[in-house]
Structure formats: structure tokens, C-alpha cells
Write a protein that binds this ligand. Structure first.
Ligand code: BTN
Length: 256
């Protein structure tokens, strides 16, 4: 990962490279609490306690994937902080497509897909100060670059993939990591204006499909019909009523 700086286009992000860590998000949060400035990037070769969304773990073996977290200190309302995740999804998708000539899709809210399987997940964690305002945020990206076929369990492989497994090509983790930082440096400064939302919509792979919404432990089936300006999933239930889902999860069902 030491070559990463070669591929950064003029940014002066501080980059901290670690062999192994519990979670780059945890490490970034500790630094953030100590006042580490915006833009610092933490990258690890492996994680022992990688974290996914909704309290899940994120399997993070060495040699296959990028595990990266970035500290952000946006001057914005807490309500808008969820846009950080969707903005990061667009930046990471752009980076992968530029380097690997792929056609990356986004599955609401933050998963990147190639050929119907997930190869990247994003977890944003916000730290709130004593007056209830956003102190800082950490956005973490886990992205499978090299083959995971002989590494992931057969259960995980039903839904997960890597760039190499989809393209047959071994891309450089450094190049892709640097390109993600380059794209984030373009998109994130104005994430709260949501100019990226058209591209987020264009890349969304679940519109028109029946989905199962899992929210606060309750499952409901609906049809995904669009994305709101705040990156919420607009769904229609069988009784014709509509809702904008802003948290939880949506699983694509295999029928339209
Ligand atoms: C998800 O798909 O549920 C989100 C996965 C996010 C994983 C990344 S890897 C780098 C950063 N550190 C973590 O512990 N999690 C994120």
C-alpha cells in the first residue's frame, strides 16, 4: 500500500497504513476524538473485527480487499449526514469503473454490485457532540479487489464477489484506493448539495423490482419505484400507498 501516494492527484490527505487493525473505522474514530483533521485516511491490509451495517461483522482477510476509512468534518446538519454514504458509493463506483472499465451498480443504500453480486460495502459512523451537533464522521469502505473464491465461505459467495472474480483481471489495490480518494476529494466537499444524486439514481439496480424492506425488525414487501432527492428509497405497497425508506435494508426479491 506504500505506493498509493504515487496515484493521488494532488491531494494532501494524510494516509496512515496499517498491517492489521480491529477496524479502520474504530481507529479513525479514536483519532477523530483526538482532533485529527478532515481528510485523514486509514488503510489496513486486514481487520480482525471489521464492522458492517446493522451491527453485522465484515469479514476482512489479508490480500484480497481494500479496508479504508476517512475522517470528515462537514459543516452540515445531522439530517444531511446520511448523504455522505450515498455520495461515497458514487465516488467508489466512479473510481472502480475508471480503472477497471466495469459498469458498477449501486444497491440501496450503499452496496456496490457487479453482475448482480456485492463487491463493496460502506459504513458511515457519525459522532455527535454534547450539543447534539455532528462533531465528525467516519466513512469506511470495504472493497473486494482480488479473487475471494477460495477464501470466502460458500454461503458468503452466494451474494459476494470481487473485481477479479468478475473481470478475470488482477487490479492494483493501491491504484483503486488512490482513485477512490481522488473521487471523494471531488465529490465530498459539496455532498450536502446532493449534485451526485442523478448518478446515484442512474446506477441504482433495484428500481422496478419487488423488494423486502427490513426496518426495526419488521419485514414488508413492496415495489422499489425511485430514489428521493435525499437518497431515500421510494417504495409502493400492494395497497397503492407509498413510503420513502431512509434506514434499514432492502433485499431484492427475484420477481418484478
Ligand atoms: C456493509 O456492507 O455492511 C458495510 C461494510 C463496511 C466495511 C468497511 S471495511 C473498512 C471499514 N472498517 C470497518 O470496520 N468497516 C468498514
Amino acid at each position: 500500500m506504500n505506493d498509493i501516494k504515487k496515484y493521488l492527484s494532488g491531494s494532501n490527505n494524510k494516509i496512515i497504513i496499517l498491517d492489521e487493525v480491529d477496524s479502520t473505522n474504530n481507529y479513525a474514530k479514536e483519532l477523530g476524538q483526538k482532533g485529527e483533521p478532515e481528510g485523514t485516511v486509514i488503510i489496513a491490509d486486514s481487520q480482525t473485527k471489521g464492522k458492517g451495517r446493522l451491527g453485522r461483522s465484515f469479514y476482512s482477510p489479508k490480500g484480497t480487499s481494500i479496508y479504508m476509512s476517512i475522517i470528515l468534518r462537514p459543516d452540515t446538519d445531522i439530517e444531511k449526514s446520511s448523504l455522505i454514504t450515498s455520495c461515497t458509493a458514487v465516488a467508489a463506483a466512479r473510481a472502480v469503473d475508471k480503472i477497471c472499465r466495469t459498469d458498477t451498480k449501486i444497491k440501496w443504500v450503499n452496496d456496490l454490485y457487479l453482475n448482480g453480486k456485492k463487491f463493496c460495502g460502506i459504513l458511515t459512523e457519525s459522532v455527535i457532540n454534547s450539543s447534539g451537533k455532528l462533531d465528525f464522521a467516519v466513512v469506511g469502505i470495504g472493497l473486494n479487489v482480488r479473487s475471494v473464491k477460495n477464501i470466502f465461505s460458500s454461503e458468503l459467495l452466494e451474494t459476494a464477489t470481487s473485481i477479479e472474480d468478475e473481470t478475470g483481471i488482477k487490479y492494483s489495490l493501491e491504484k483503486i484506493s488512490a482513485q477512490i480518494i481522488n473521487e471523494l476529494n471531488i465529490l465530498l466537499p459539496e455532498f450536502d448539495k446532493a449534485d451526485f444524486i442523478e448518478e446515484y439514481r442512474r446506477r441504482m439496480c433495484m428500481i422496478g423490482w419487488n423488494v423486502e424492506i427490513l426496518k426495526s425488525g419488521i419485514k414488508r414487501t413492496a415495489k422499489a419505484i425511485g430514489i428521493s432527492d435525499e437518497a431515500g428509497l421510494i417504495v409502493e405497497y400492494s395497497d397503492g400507498s407509498r413510503d420513502i425508506v431512509t434506514s434499514g435494508e432492502a433485499r431484492i426479491l427475484k420477481n418484478k
